[in-house]
Design a protein. Sequence first.
Length: 291
Amino acid sequence: MAAPVHARAGAIVTGMSIEVAVAAKAELGEGPTWDTSASRLLWVDILGCEVHAYDPSGGQDAIVLRTDQHVGAAKPRRRGGLVTNLRDGIGLHDPDGTFRWLARLAQDGVRGNDAGVAPDGSLWAGTMRYDEAPGGGALYRVDPAGDVATVFDDVAVSNGIGWSPDGTLMYYVDSPTHRVDVFDFHGDTVTNRRPLAVIEGPAVPDGLTVDADGCVWVALWGGGAVRRYTPSGRLDRIIEAPAPNTTACAFGGSDLTDLYITSARSQEPLSGSLFVVPGAGQGMPLPAFAG
């Protein structure tokens, strides 16, 4: 059973409590994604080369895939199985365990990081250098056939990505910029980049999700919190977690109202765990990768 956690002073968690869903020791927990077809939450330990699946109905967490490379993200596929953003590119994992490369993106010193599935079922996959050097990463659009288009090629740490409920806007984080940016979305291209929110201080924005009201929830690496911004960019909610390096968030559960938060290992005893805030808001069903 999930254990309640008392948020630190100053947390804005009105009428809600943050709980430990999985008392994990993930080195770099990331990428929570609700898999609607299987009623489970997928999440990864990037540096542990693990893909986890958490079943909230039974409170069980299992490692469903061990990869040969660091795994930045894992998303469900329409035909079953998973698509992964690995160190050397995009991989397809069939339900029977068969693996094949969909797109090879290998570069020395670079690995796959966060990814998102666009409304049309394409995968938007980010990369970063291990040393986080500016301009060393990129954001790619990968279609179901494996064709790759470079969206940005001057990224430092490609992170959170999501879309507005009507599919006309895309949100994106390049963490060292301290910004959550918003674009006009045109299916396979984006235009009119502008900041939705600027994160001041030592904390940087990491993974994000968008709720049914169009609000953007973003996890803060080094900030131990998730913030919600309205479509106009106004900060209207902060949820603090007992782990300084919160990495990403996603809505899940049978009615998509529970907010799951991943974290990375640090000195704090609960760091590396998967957290949940029951009834935090109303999420949206996310598309599966069409390949």
